[in-house]
Design a protein around this ligand. Structure first.
Ligand code: SF4
Length: 139
């Protein structure tokens, strides 16, 4: 728990190495990316606001603004890229990836509200339904 919190706040990428499609519960999802970015944004804004007030950096507010953006959105973008690549891989290689109930943004099975992985299919394939395929594409 504390390691995870430090990963988010300190922008360490240790969790990227631990995050894979084999984890039953994914470490990185859209929710964790947004949550991490909001936490970083909140604390960095407080810190920069304090620095501006304390050191009278009113003329350099843009530099501090760029620091906030870089330390908030760049890590979020890196994690988003990693997450998308991983879910794309899962969609190509698992039964859930070809099911219409699969929600890629959360790596979830919608009706069962559970995370899916390479090794865990919550319905055991019983509720699988194919994704909608446009008829024009088949002609
Ligand atoms: S219904 Fe079954 S196959 Fe479809 S996403 Fe959910 S667990 Fe996977």
């Amino acid at each position: 728990m504390i390691d995870r919190l430090l990963d988010i706040v300190l922008y360490r990428f240790t969790n990227l190495k631990n995050d894979s499609n084999d984890n039953i519960v994914p470490q990185i999802t859209t929710g964790t990316i947004v949550f991490g970015a909001l936490i970083r944004f909140f604390f960095l804004t407080l810190l920069c606001w304090g620095m501006i007030q304390y050191f009278y950096l009113y003329d350099h507010w843009f530099l501090l603004f760029m620091i906030i953006m870089g330390l908030t959105f760049y890590p979020a973008y890196r994690q988003w890229e990693h997450f998308h690549n991983r879910v794309d891989e899962m969609q190509d290689s698992t039964l859930c990836g070809s099911c219409k109930h699969f929600e890629p943004s959360g790596q979830l099975c919608r009706p069962l509200d559970e995370h899916v992985s390479n090794s865990y299919i919550p319905c055991d394939g019983q509720s699988w339904e194919p994704k909608f395929i446009e008829i024009e594409n088949l002609r």
